[in-house]
Design a protein around this ligand. Structure first.
Ligand code: AP5
Length: 216
């Protein structure tokens, strides 16, 4: 199999980060994620782009979209050197989807489907390792020692946008801006809808079968 070019779509909390990490490891490809890239550059000065706020931080903490020009530049740069990738967190609106079509082709377009109430429960209970980024959940996926990462011993924290108010706004922003992106890709020959409410291993089984079939 040549290195697959995979897009993973889904609402906040659908499991994109969890599954993308596994896809990247299993297929030896890059994990390109706009969320992590922006979290690493929260205080970047974007005032020269004539944006409402001067840094990505204000948009992200409210759960709003960061301006297209900022994320388009991140994705173009990341994909230009990639030999196969799983793209997570982009495109989030139709304008970004058009930009992506100018930059690369896609072999597989996955969409993880999960109901809103389940998404709220997952996100408000999520804890993330400050050191290595591994995800946990206060009920469904606890570390061996409370507050400490099993992988690297780092401290587990709650993301600033995982409070109830920001989560509700992120889900509204998804419905308004990103649900049309899912519809846009529905006719793509690599499109596959996945039941994201299964266990992580159940979701993975469907994803790996879809990639093997479409990019094999
Ligand atoms: P981003 O980091 O992309 O956040 P998101 O899309 O809101 O996605 P999440 O990372 O919250 O969820 P996920 O689907 O990856 O779920 P996860 O695997 O962690 O973006 C953050 C912000 O950046 C945006 O709000 C925006 O401001 C900005 N931004 C990013 N991209 C942008 C763009 N293109 N344009 C403009 N702005 C942009 O899982 C969630 C939880 O569920 C975890 O606790 C996990 O353990 C658990 N879980 C996962 N799978 C399962 C399962 N199968 N069963 C039970 N629990 C599960």
């Amino acid at each position: 199999m040549s290195a697959p070019q995979v897009l993973i779509l889904g609402a906040p909390g659908a499991g994109k980060g969890t599954q993308s990490a596994r896809i990247a490891e299993e297929y030896g490809i890059e994990h390109v994620t706009t969320g992590d890239a922006l979290r690493s550059n929260k205080d970047m000065d974007i005032s020269h782009m004539d944006t409402e706020y001067d840094t990505p931080r204000a948009y992200m903490e409210a759960g709003d979209l960061v301006p297209d020009a900022v994320v388009d530049a991140i994705v173009e740069e990341a994909l230009s050197g990639a030999e196969g990738f799983v793209l997570d967190g982009y495109p989030r609106n139709l304008a970004q989807a058009e930009t992506l079509a100018d930059v690369t082709d896609l072999d597989v377009v996955l969409v993880l489907e999960v109901a809103r109430e389940e998404l709220i429960e997952r996100l408000t209970g999520r804890r993330v390792c400050e050191g290595c980024g591994t995800n946990y959940h206060v009920e469904f996926d606890r570390p061996e020692e409370a507050g400490v990462c099993d992988e690297c011993g780092g401290e587990l924290i709650q993301r600033e946008d995982d409070n109830r108010e920001a989560v509700e706004n992120r889900l509204d922003v998804f419905e308004e801006n990103t649900a049309p992106v899912v519809e846009h890709y529905r006719d793509h020959e690599g499109f596959v809808a996945i039941d994201g409410e299964q266990s992580p291993d159940g979701v993975w089984a469907d994803i790996s079968a879809a990639i093997d079939e479409r990019a094999g």
